[in-house]
Design a protein around this ligand. Structure first.
Ligand SMILES: [Ca+2]
Length: 288
């Protein structure tokens, strides 16, 4: 075979091998959407969104970099304004990260909202949910803590790991170890983009080895291990990850939460959007 052919073949092989290696490095990403390829209702783009009120809409130019972003409108009380992603695989442990912005419109964002809710798979009315929400109970809602259920077969929001490091655990529930904490309530209502990250793991059957970690703008505000966040009768897997969600006390003045650059992954995502297993940057294609 002529030397030129061999050289081209080696070049192609090396290029393919490089592509495969880079691709493998990003295999930890399970789902991502920067909303830049479409506008309107996100249904059909990997999401299951509110079709009844169409309160979840991808808006042109709304992102932090002028790209498209998802906007969820909160204009009523005790209704769901949601946008869900459901994994196609059984997901016991994962990271979810996104950018978000509060837009208070002509009001003061006076309503609480679920913001980010993780629903566990439901088996015969046994389930385990996790919530990071804007607190309903204050006139100017803020993030106060991560809530989940620590007892029973229908676990939702009865226990709270507060961002000041304290915890409120239901009677009879396992008290986790809180190794990382923030300084207290988090108020993102400054009209600027922020980043929210959650790492979650369901405990194995009969064990208390669940995990919760939360970062706000890259700063860790919660780190809890030894969590018991499901009963053995609940599947240890995620049903859906929901943006927006149940809200109340909005006070008659609609407000909006924008979301962008959503990534669900099996390892923590770096600020550049890559997973924490970085793609090699020093690869070159050579031939002899
Ligand atoms: Ca975008």
């Amino acid at each position: 075979m002529p030397k030129q052919f061999i050289t081209i073949r080696r070049l192609l092989f090396t290029a393919l091998a490089t592509l495969c290696f880079v691709s493998t490095s990003y295999a930890a990403t399970l789902f991502q959407d920067n909303f830049n390829s479409y506008t309107g209702n996100p249904n059909g783009h990997g999401w299951n969104a509110d079709n009844l009120w169409n309160t979840a809409q991808v808006v042109s130019g709304a992102g932090s970099d002028g790209s498209n972003a998802l906007r969820i409108t909160f204009d009523a009380d005790q209704l769901n304004r949601w946008c869900d992603w459901s994994p196609s695989q059984n997901l016991q442990e994962f990271y979810v990260k996104f950018d978000f912005k509060m837009d208070c419109g002509s009001g003061t964002c006076a309503g609480g909202a679920k913001f980010l809710k993780i629903f566990g798979q439901n088996a015969s009315s046994s389930y385990a949910n996790t919530t990071t929400a804007f607190d309903y109970g204050t006139p100017s809602p803020v993030f106060t803590g991560l809530s989940y259920g620590a007892t029973g077969n229908q676990r939702d929001t009865a226990s709270v790991l507060w961002y000041d490091g304290s915890k409120t655990i239901e009677s009879g529930g396992v008290s986790p170890t809180v190794a990382a904490k923030g300084t207290g309530n988090i108020d993102p209502k400054d009209g600027k983009w922020h980043t929210w990250e959650v790492h979650m793991k369901y405990n194995d059957d009969g064990q208390s080895n669940g995990i919760y970690e939360v970062w706000y703008d890259g700063v860790q505000v919660l780190g809890a291990t030894g969590v018991n966040n499901r009963s053995t009768s609940s599947p240890p897997y995620v049903q859906s990850i929901q943006l927006g969600g149940w809200n109340q006390n909005y006070g008659g003045k609609p407000y909006y939460i924008y979301y962008d650059n959503v990534v669900v992954s099996t390892t923590r995502v770096t600020s550049s959007g890559a997973t924490s297993l970085p793609a090699p940057s020093n690869l070159t294609v050579t031939s002899k």
